[in-house]
Design a protein around this ligand. Structure first.
Ligand code: 5RP
Length: 290
């Protein structure tokens, strides 16, 4: 049997007591039932406590955006390197092989497209998440947008009510309207509102003062990558986010729009799980991209 020091060092596959005295490797999940913990453990690696989610749900508002025209060619080869797949039910059913065995964070709201007013979303049927064996449901919140705020908070609230009945965690996604400040005050507010309404994971953006966003959020925070950056800068973004307390990334464009997506996702994985520096990550990227 492992002794207490082993457990404290996390050698018991992260299932023991960590240095902060937390006995489960996912923040804020201590009191959740077994099914929730099992699903969260499929997303967050029990050894590192971190995750690399691959986001390719963009088409539900943007259509066949750059890099996602042929998901069978651009995304399917990346699946083996991701810890979790984040996509819509349509793409999951039509393109993603059902034998990948990767956990799925199902995009569970739908509504407007880039052609109309963004963020006017409704919740899709919770039963569909069960049919698709989702490990989590993702629902967007438009905090600060008067026209959509209450509706999207209600979407999250309803998703948590329904999903928790079946042991499915919910990820709150903080959308950023064009007029919204991208600072720690805004992301701290939006992230906390997600958690207060029952989200088990929060997806937000990296910003200056990010450590305050994480500290004030009682559940794990993962970051979106945002618009495509040069590979080295994207790896720096991952490194800084992890260093400031993120539990992982849920990245899309900076992976699938990279010159070498297979190399990029492996470099991101090493930065997130092994804590290698962005310089080492970039070297790894260049080596793998050759
Ligand atoms: C939009 C999303 C996207 O999945 C998210 O923005 C991640 O993609 P990227 O890294 O390309 O920003 O949740 O609501």
């Amino acid at each position: 049997m492992a002794d207490l020091d082993d457990l404290r060092e996390g050698t018991n596959f992260g299932l023991g007591i960590d240095k902060e005295g937390q006995s489960f490797h996912v923040k804020g999940a201590e009191n959740l039932p077994w099914g929730m913990k099992d699903r969260l453990s499929r997303i967050f690696n029990p050894k590192s406590g971190k995750t690399v989610m691959l986001a390719f749900d963009h088409g539900f508002i943007m259509g066949p955006t750059s890099g996602l025209e042929r998901i069978d060619l651009s995304i399917v080869p990346l699946i083996e390197y991701a810890d979790c797949l984040m996509c819509t039910r349509g793409i999951l059913r039509s393109v993603i092989p059902a034998n990948t065995t990767k956990p799925v964070c199902l995009r569970s709201d739908a509504g407007t497209s880039v052609l109309t007013e963004l963020n006017d979303n409704v919740l899709i049927d919770i039963e569909d998440a069960i049919r698709l064996n989702a490990s989590a449901m993702a629902v967007m919140l438009a905090i600060g947008e008067a026209a959509h705020e209450a509706k999207t908070v209600a979407n999250l609230y309803k998703a948590v009510d329904g999903a928790s009945r079946y042991g499915i965690p919910v990820m709150g996604v903080t959308a950023v309207g064009k007029q919204m400040a991208r600072d720690a005050r805004y992301f701290g507010l939006a992230s906390r509102i997600c958690a207060e309404n029952g989200a088990n994971i929060v997806k937000t953006y990296y910003c200056e003062g990010f450590e305050k966003v994480v500290a004030a959020c009682p559940v794990p925070v993962v970051i979106a990558g945002g618009k495509k950056l040069p590979e080295k800068e994207a790896l720096e973004l991952c490194y800084k986010a992890i260093n400031d307390g993120a539990a992982g990334v849920d990245m899309g464009r900076n992976v699938f729009q990279s010159d070498s997506p297979v190399a990029m996702i492996q470099a991101v994985h090493a930065v997130v799980h092994q804590g290698i520096t962005p310089e080492q990550g970039y070297e790894m990227y260049l080596d793998l991209a050759k």
